[in-house]
Design a protein around this ligand. Structure first.
Ligand code: MSP
Length: 494
C-alpha cells in the first residue's frame, strides 16, 4: 500500500481577489505534493476558500451583493489562479459547502465537553477576524504604527477550553511530535505556550453577524469564523466516518503564513486534542511577500495580480521566482526589476544557455544522436533534506550549483576544440555527460518547474535529440526601467 500523504494550505477569505501571497502558498504546497507523488506516495493536496465571517459579510454589503454571491465570484477566482499556476491540488473545499456545514456541527457536538457559555468583553478586529483582549488594545494604542479599527464587543458567547490543552500542545511541539518550521517561528510559538493559553470565544450572536454556521441547539448564535474554518482540514476528508479521513489524517504538512501561525500551532492543535485526534505532523510557516519593499496594499495601489506576471514571464518563471527569490524562512520582495533579473540572468543565461549549447553541439557534431547516458554522478542529499524542511530556496540553490557546474564543465572541456581535433569518442562522452547532467537537473526541477523539467527530459532522454523551442526567450517588459547602456563606444546622450 502506498504511504498516504495529506497536505493543506490555509483557505483564503473570499472578500477580495487572490494576491501574490496566496499564489506563493499554493505553489509551495504544490512542490511538496509533486515531490511526494514522485516518491510514489498517495497524495491528497487540499485547499479551498473561507467564506463566512464579518469581513466577507461587510464587503458584500458595500458591494450591494449577498455574501454568497461574493463568495461564488471570488472562490472561482482562486480556482482559476490555481490552474494558471499549474498547481495540482486534489480538493477544493468551500466553507459554505453543505458537507462542511454539517460536519462542523458534528465537530461542535463532539467538543461539547469543552464548550461553555460566558460573556465576552473586549474588541473585535474585522480585518483579522480576531477577538482582541482589552490589554492588547491598550498596548497597541500607544503604538502609532498600529492604527487599527476595532469594534467594541460585549456579548454572550460560547467559549472553548483551550487553556486545558496548553501543556499537551507545548509537549507535542517541544518533542517535535508537531514539527514547526522555521525554528524562529517555533520559538515564538513555544514562548506563547509557556505564557499559557486562554480559553477562546468561538461564537457570535446572530444579532451582530448572521453569516456563519449555526451553533447546534442555539438558534441565536453562529460559529466564530476561525473555529469552523480550521475544521476544514478534516471535514474535507469526511470527518468523522469517511474512509478518507481514517486514511489521510494526520496531515503530513500544513502550510500557512506568519500572521496565522497561532491559529494553526495553538488553537487547531487544541481542537484536535479535544477530539482525541493526532496532531498534524509538520507545520510550515512562510513569510510575507512585499512589493518593491512595501507592504502589499490595495489602498497604496501597489498590488500586482499574479496573472499579470505569468502572462509576461510564463508560469515556470513565476514559480521559480517565488520559490527561490523569496526566502523560504523569511519575508521577501517582489519587483519587476528583480523578476526580470531572475528571468534573464538565472533562467535564460544559466539554465537556458546550458540547454541551448548542449542541443546545438549534439546537432552539429552528432546529427542529433545522443547515445547512452552515463549514470548520475551527483549527490542530491542536501536537496532532498531541504525539501523536507520546506527550504525551497535552498533546494533550488543546489540545483543551480549543478547548472553552474555544467556551464563551467562546458567552458573547460571546450567540446568545439575536441571536435576540431577529431577525437569523436571523447567528444561523444563529453556530450553524453552534458545531456545526462541536464536530465538529472530536470528530475530535480520536476516539483518546482514542471513544464520546463518535462521539456528538458523530452529533449535528452531518448537517445536522439528532440529539438525544443527556445526556453526563456528574451522578454521586453515595459514595466522594467531600462538600465543605461554602458557599452564602450556608445555616445552619451541626455
Ligand atoms: N481565511 C484565513 C485562513 C483560514 S485557514 C483555516 C486567512 N485568509 S487570508 O486570505 O487572509 O490569508 C490566506 C493566506 O495568505 C495566509 O496563509 C496568509 O498568511 C497568506 N498571506 C496573506 N498576505 C500575505 C503576504 N503579503 N505574503 C505572503 N502570504 C500572505 O487568513
Amino acid at each position: 500500500m502506498k504511504e498516504p500523504f495529506y497536505i493543506t494550505t490555509s483557505i483564503p477569505y473570499v472578500n477580495g481577489e487572490p494576491h501574490l501571497g496566496h499564489a506563493m502558498e499554493f505553489i509551495q504546497a504544490d512542490v511538496l505534493a509533486r515531490y511526494a507523488r514522485l516518491l510514489d506516495m498517495d497524495v491528497v493536496y487540499s485547499t479551498g476558500s473561507d467564506e463566512h465571517g464579518s469581513k466577507v459579510a461587510e464587503t458584500a454589503l458595500k458591494l450591494g451583493i449577498t455574501p454568497k454571491e461574493l463568495a461564488d465570484q471570488n472562490s472561482q477566482r482562486f480556482r482559476d489562479l490555481m490552474s494558471k499556476l499549474n498547481v495540482t491540488s486534489d480538493r477544493f473545499i468551500r466553507t459554505t459547502d453543505k458537507g462542511h456545514e454539517q460536519r462542523a456541527q458534528i465537530i461542535w457536538k463532539n467538543l461539547s465537553a469543552d464548550i461553555y457559555k460566558s460573556k465576552y468583553v473586549g474588541w473585535y478586529d474585522v480585518r483579522q477576524e480576531e477577538f482582541v483582549p482589552e490589554g492588547q488594545v491598550e498596548q497597541e494604542r500607544t503604538d502609532p504604527s498600529h492604527p487599527k479599527a476595532y469594534q467594541r464587543v460585549e456579548e454572550e458567547n460560547y467559549f472553548f477550553k483551550l487553556s486545558k490543552y496548553t501543556a499537551r500542545i507545548l509537549e507535542a511541539i517541544e518533542g517535535d511530535e508537531l514539527k514547526i518550521f522555521p525554528a524562529t517561528k517555533r520559538n515564538e510559538i513555544l514562548s506563547l505556550l509557556r505564557e499559557g493559553l486562554e480559553d477562546i470565544s468561538i461564537s457570535r450572536p446572530k444579532t451582530k453577524l448572521d453569516w456563519g454556521i449555526g451553533v447546534p441547539g442555539d438558534p441565536d448564535q453562529v460559529m466564530y469564523v476561525w473555529f469552523e474554518a480550521l475544521m476544514n482540514y478534516i471535514t474535507v476528508l469526511g470527518y468523522p466516518e469517511h474512509e478518507d479521513f481514517k486514511k489521510y489524517w494526520p496531515a503530513k504538512y500544513q502550510i500557512v503564513g506568519k500572521d496565522i501561525s497561532r491559529f494553526h500551532a495553538a488553537i487547531w492543535p487544541g481542537i484536535l486534542l479535544a477530539l482525541g485526534l493526532p496532531l498534524q505532523k509538520n507545520l510550515y510557516i512562510h513569510g510575507f511577500v512585499n512589493i518593491g519593499g512595501a507592504k502589499m496594499s490595495k489602498s497604496d495601489g501597489n498590488v500586482i495580480a499574479p496573472a499579470e506576471i505569468i502572462d509576461i514571464y510564463g508560469v515556470d518563471a513565476f514559480r521559480y521566482y517565488f520559490l527561490r527569490r523569496i526566502p523560504s524562512y523569511n519575508d521577501g520582495d517582489f519587483s519587476w526589476e528583480l523578476m526580470d533579473q531572475a528571468y534573464h540572468g538565472e533562467l535564460a543565461n544559466e539554465l537556458g544557455n546550458a540547454i541551448q549549447r548542449t542541443v546545438v553541439m549534439i546537432e552539429k557534431y552528432q546529427q542529433g544522436l545522443i547515445g547512452a547516458l552515463p549514470p548520475s554522478s551527483h549527490d542530491a542529499a542536501v536537496y532532498h533534506q531541504a525539501i523536507k524542511d520546506c527550504r525551497f530556496d535552498k533546494a533550488l540553490d543546489e540545483v543551480w550549483d549543478q547548472i553552474r557546474g555544467l556551464n563551467q564543465y562546458i567552458e573547460e572541456q571546450k567540446p568545439w576544440q575536441i571536435a576540431k581535433q577529431g577525437d569523436t569518442e571523447h567528444l561523444g562522452s563529453v556530450l553524453a555527460y552534458m545531456a545526462s547532467n541536464l536530465v538529472e537537473i530536470a528530475d530535480l526541477l520536476l516539483p518546482f518547474m514542471p513544464d520546463t523539467a518535462q521539456l528538458i527530459k523530452a529533449t535528452f532522454s531518448e537517445g536522439v535529440l528532440r529539438k525544443p523551442n527556445i526556453l526563456f526567450p528574451r522578454v521586453e517588459n515595459p514595466k522594467v526601467p531600462k538600465a543605461p547602456d554602458i557599452r564602450a563606444g556608445k555616445p552619451v546622450t541626455g
